[in-house]
Design a binder for this molecule. Structure first.
Ligand code: ATP
Ligand code: MG
Length: 704
């Protein structure tokens, strides 16, 4: 059948969607002609074709699109991004596309002032609007609030978090006082110790954090607190090609004054094994390279090797860190102690071992590594002989007939000693990180707090070529977050609709309880099996994954063999190479007590003004944003109790109307404003509005 050439979006593996005209329908498929003739005409399944609406017009809230589907969502986001409008809403969820360049006036004090006290939707979407909403909700609901900032690496979570904190501190503290300054000072310190250059982000946070800003009952800032999670420890000892270790190592080797470096016995970064993995060469760069802009980003990205980052000035950054540590109250001696621990980790990494025939099959410290061992011991303030012994042997308590026998030292093989050294380095550094966070927390003045606004900045689901325990923990944490959404928000939302008699069709969502049980169940979850494995005299990776499959794999569609094992031609499928866990990637909640900022990375090259549609679409799908948009077709994301609306708007109406009961008052208002009955519903206790309609209502009320 020949069509009237309707404009449609058709799925494309690279662009996400491309614009085309519908040419002919053929059973379950259609013949389409792309508008841009660089794409060939094609046959598409109906599933991959969506009505386009007006592809040029962009809207602040994606729910206002004429057609709500993943293609129009993607198009709206990309159309706006090209105009430097990086923010949009899906109802109350903020989508933030990383611009990779400074947008003039975007975060200025003037902009902060403009957003004060404004309802969502009154002004263009902005991360400040979410911060302000959290503040207003805290005040009106008398309840602490949280803002969950999510997105993949490099999507802009940490930057968004900083803007939220800046907004809360700047505006509501009426100028940065001691508490606010300390909260803002925490970032350069946390980033020096917990951020690193990766292939996906030059300043990637390798830990999660929850930053709380506390308020008294007059809603003034009175304190702050930082919790941190899951510092990536493997990075302390090894990094992938073209990635770096934590910034602080380079700041000390290359940025600290010479006398401090002498005290720490530090030489050049390329002399430390813990800094050389993934890097080839150290070179110094002119300070003029420093400005972070789109050009230097791409230049930096092209630079092979990670030891030296042309856009970073180690001298200046060391000075900034040193001053920030002083401001959070570390004395000169305490700062030196911190630097000594960092340097000790580097020296420890240079301790190598070799077989020692005199050590009963064990190993000893290689003679060339003696200076490193001595340096590590002296910086840590421990006896070098004790350090040596603990690296090349382990203590074993023999037991006879159940009674504890004598303790004996068992010599370690070279590879075991290497593991012992790395484990020690990781433990020392991660405890140093705990200490740093603790010191920041104790430095923030704290008075009795009534409420807080907490901002969560944590890595999203991670999938690498090689996924270790660290990715497992991050993904587990994301499953829990997803469960939180499902439980507290999606389920509650539907229950509320039912209670209020709204008659909204039931919204299906993927329940991930089974995945969580698989991980955490007390007697047979993956954590339990791991715990058991670690108690064995010789724990083994292959044995562990074998037990996972054996005990949990039967009839479990969440658990599979890894692809390499499944492809084995000779059919002896192996279960000792790992396991594949099917994590959640479906619908999320949309209403928002908790507030959501969903960050989006526009391209993988880390440059401004460039977008890769396919990459953006995948992020929208995996974050559940496209599913949320579908849910919006039926949902009522804004709602307000009758009595709240009555007290908020009665001043705008004549006394006769003011005297009505809250419910009648609300009915009178929506009728007098001529709102279509598709835009709202009356529940038992409150009015519910379709996406974007509450702000329309609010504007009409105030302007009438
Ligand atoms: P990770 O998970 O790796 O920590 P992330 O999501 O925290 O990544 P950010 O470090 O916040 O990502 O952002 C990466 C870079 O993108 C920043 O260093 C900055 O250069 C740029 N960027 C992010 N957000 C903005 C913004 N709003 N304006 C300008 N540049 C930005
Ligand atoms: Mg980050």
């Amino acid at each position: 059948m020949t069509m009237d050439k309707q404009l449609v979006w058709v799925r494309d593996p690279n662009e996400g969607f491309i614009l085309a005209r519908l040419h002919e329908l053929m059973g379950e498929e259609a013949d389409v002609f792309p508008i841009d003739n660089k794409y060939p005409k094609r046959v598409c399944s109906f599933e991959d074709i969506f009505p386009a609406g007006d592809p040029v017009k962009d809207v602040d809230d994606n729910c206002e699109l004429m057609f709500l589907n993943e293609a129009t969502l993607l198009n709206n986001i990309l159309t706006r991004y090209k105009k430097s409008k990086i923010y949009t809403y899906v109802a109350n969820i903020l989508l933030a596309v990383n611009p990779y360049e400074d947008i003039p006036d975007m975060y200025s004090s003037n902009t902060i002032k403009k957003y004060q006290g404004k309802s969502l939707g009154e002004l263009p979407p902005h991360v400040f609007a979410i911060a302000d909403k959290a503040f207003r909700d805290m005040k009106s609901l008398k309840m602490s609030q949280s803002i969950i900032v999510s997105g993949e690496s490099g999507a802009g979570k940490t930057e968004s978090t900083k803007y939220i904190l800046k907004y809360l501190c700047d505006l509501w503290a009426k100028g940065a006082g001691p508490v606010e300054q300390k909260i803002l000072d925490a970032n350069p310190i946390l980033e020096a110790f917990g951020n690193a250059k990766t292939t996906r982000n030059n300043n990637s946070s390798r830990f999660g954090k929850f930053m709380e800003v506390h308020f008294n009952n007059k809603y003034q800032v009175v304190g702050g607190h930082i919790s941190h999670y899951l510092l990536e420890k493997s990075r302390i000892c090894t990094q992938s090609a073209e990635e770096r270790n934590y910034h602080v190592f380079y700041l000390l080797c290359a940025g600290a004054p010479q006398d401090l470096r002498t005290t720490l016995k530090l030489t050049k970064p390329d002399e430390y094994l813990y800094l050389k993995n993934g890097c080839t060469q150290y070179f110094t760069s002119p300070a003029s390279d420093k400005k972070i802009n789109a050009n230097s980003m791409s230049k930096q990205h092209q630079a092979k090797g990670g030891l030296r980052d042309p856009i970073l000035d180690d001298v200046e950054d060391f000075e900034r860190l040193n001053q920030a540590l002083s401001r959070v109250g570390l004395t000169a001696d305490e700062k030196l102690a911190v630097y000594k621990v960092v340097a000790a980790v580097l020296h420890l990494g240079n301790v190598e071992f070799e077989e020692d025939s005199g050590a009963r099959g064990g190993c000893g410290v290689a003679p060339k590594s003696e200076p490193a061992l001595q340096a590590a011991a002296s910086l840590l303030g421990i006896d070098p002989a004790a350090l040596r012994l603990s690296l090349v042997s382990r203590l074993m308590q023999s037991s006879r007939g159940g009674a504890k026998g004598t303790a004996i030292m068992v010599p370690l093989k070279t590879y075991e000693a290497n593991n012992a050294r790395d484990a020690l380095a990781k433990a020392v550094y991660s405890r140093l990180f705990d200490y740093i966070v603790h010191r920041i927390n104790t430095s923030i003045p704290f008075q009795a707090s009534a409420y807080y606004i907490g901002v969560l900045d944590i890595a999203g689901f991670e999938y690498f070529q090689m996924n270790s325990f660290e990715q497992f923990c991050i993904n587990y944490c994301n499953e829990k977050l997803q469960q939180f959404f499902n439980e507290r928000i999606l389920k509650n939302e539907q229950e509320l609709y039912k209670r209020e008699g709204l008659n909204v069709p039931e919204i299906r969502f993927v329940d991930n309880q089974d995945c969580i049980d698989l991980i955490e169940s007390k007697n047979h979850g993956i954590f339990h099996l791991l715990d058991e494995e670690s108690k064995l005299p010789k724990p083994e990776f292959g044995h562990f994954t074998h037990s996972v499959h054996k005990q949990l794999g039967v009839n479990n569609n969440r658990l599979q063999l890894p692809r390499s094992s499944r492809l084995k031609a000779h059919r002896t499928l192996r279960d000792d190479e790992g396991f594949l866990l099917r994590h959640f990637a479906g619908a999320v909640c949309y209403n928002t007590g908790t507030n959501f900022v969903r960050c989006i990375k526009p391209n993988s090259r880390m440059v401004g003004r460039t977008s890769e549609g396919g990459l953006v679409l995948t992020q929208l799908q995996c974050s559940g944003t496209t599913a949320v948009l579908e849910l919006m077709e039926h949902g009522y994301p804004s709602r307000a109790p009758f009595h709240d609306l009555h007290s908020m708007y009665k001043a705008y109406l004549p006394p006769k109307l003011q005297a009505l009961s809250p419910k009648l008052f609300c009915e009178a208002m929506v009728h007098s404003l001529g709102l279509s009955d598709k835009d709202y519903k009356f529940g038992v206790t409150r009015v519910f509005f379709r996406p974007g309609k509450y702000s329309e209502f609010d504007t009409m009320m105030k302007s009438d």
